[in-house]
Write a protein that binds this ligand. Structure first.
Ligand SMILES: [Zn+2]
Ligand SMILES: [Zn+2]
Length: 144
């Protein structure tokens, strides 16, 4: 079980402007709040926290398409990997890939037209359009 307290203390020292708060899950909320779940005792709780710190460090939360959202996720994991040695945390590629897969699966499903099962394209208002039947739909709630 990772020592979250120690990790939180080190992050607070490194980033005094970031506020770390306990919550029901690990989440970065712009501009500078990092929530952590003190009850989460899973093996990779420390990595989840570094992933959320990664979101803070890459400083990109706005996205113009669902594809871009998945790119941001991927960048936040890359950032987590980069800072792992500094925090003495073991990076786990499989764990990160599993998380990314849930986003990729979501991206695939949310882009499919319910009538034709064809992938639609997303416009600047985040609305999907089917190239065949012309149906439009909003993207589904993104995974956690
Ligand atoms: Zn993320
Ligand atoms: Zn269609």
């Amino acid at each position: 079980m990772p020592n979250l307290k120690k990790l939180i203390a080190k992050i607070s020292t490194d980033y005094p402007n970031l506020s770390l708060k306990s919550g029901s899950r690990f989440q970065f909320t712009p501009p500078s709040t990092l929530f952590y779940d003190p009850k989460n005792t899973e093996k990779h709780a420390d990595l989840l926290l570094l992933h959320e710190l990664g979101h803070y460090l890459i400083d990109k939360t706005d996205y113009s398409s669902d594809i871009e959202l998945v790119e941001i996720e991927s960048r936040a994991w890359a950032k987590a990997q980069e800072i792992c040695p500094h925090y003495d945390v073991q990076y786990d590629t499989d764990f990160a890939e599993d998380h990314l897969d849930s986003y990729r699966d979501w991206l695939h499903l949310t882009s499919l037209c319910k009538n034709c099962n064809l992938a639609g394209y997303q416009d600047s208002a985040h609305l999907y359009h089917c190239p065949l039947c012309g149906a439009t739909w909003k993207s589904r709630i993104k995974p956690e």
